[in-house]
Write a protein that binds this ligand. Structure first.
Ligand code: K2U
Ligand code: ZN
Length: 180
């Protein structure tokens, strides 16, 4: 397993649309394992392959408190959406920023698991939010796209400044939340 670099907004590679996985082979399983390792180390509760510059339709998620509920969704499809919910979302690709986003409260999803077997599941709560957030990543969409142009541009400018700073100073700043 290996830790992968997570791309940061406004990196244009985050805007690429991921392609379906043709066959769930050992190479895909190794990629899934790297995604889980990278997600847990970030730390985060979800990660899309797009965020590590791999344009394959794969996401991982684990909203448990103790890394006990890993989910791997390959070629995920949302079959149905119900209700509405709102929460402050963050993103490993937009470090230090949290903004309110509205999404479906409950979704039914179909995907392939790490063994290439098809499954469906009905999800709600934080896992439903996370899976919708990750599927957006696979379509080249970020949570900042739900914000006003003004707010999105202010986030972009702040992150561009951090990227331009020395790596050591950038790391210490990344953990500080900024309210716009
Ligand atoms: O895609 C990512 O960057 C992973 C997100 C997933 C996520 C975003 C918003 C809402 C739910 C999940 C990161 O895990 S952001 C960190 C985080 C951690 C706990 C709760 C919310 C966000
Ligand atoms: Zn994200």
């Amino acid at each position: 397993m290996a830790l992968r670099e997570i791309l940061h907004f406004p990196d244009p590679r985050l805007r690429l649309r991921a392609r379906p996985v043709d066959a769930v082979d050992d190479g895909v399983r190794a990629l899934v394992d790297d995604m889980f390792e990278t997600m847990y180390a970030a730390p985060g509760i979800g990660l899309a392959a797009t965020q590590i510059n791999v344009q394959k339709r794969i996401l991982v998620a684990d909203v448990s408190d103790d890394q006990s509920a890993p989910h791997c969704l390959i070629n995920p499809e949302i079959l149905s959406r119900e209700g509405e919910e709102e929460m402050d979302e963050g993103c490993l690709s937009v470090p230090g920023f949290y903004e309110r986003v509205q999404r479906a409260e409950r979704v039914r999803v179909r995907a392939l698991n790490r063994d290439g077997e098809a499954f469906e599941m009905e999800i709600d709560g934080l896992l439903a939010v996370c899976v919708q957030h990750e599927i957006d990543h696979l379509d080249g969409k970020l949570f900042v796209d739900y914000l006003s142009t003004l707010k999105r541009n202010r986030i972009r400018k702040k992150l561009e400044k951090q990227t331009a700073r020395a790596p050591s100073e950038r790391t210490s700043l990344a953990g500080s939340a900024v309210n716009l």
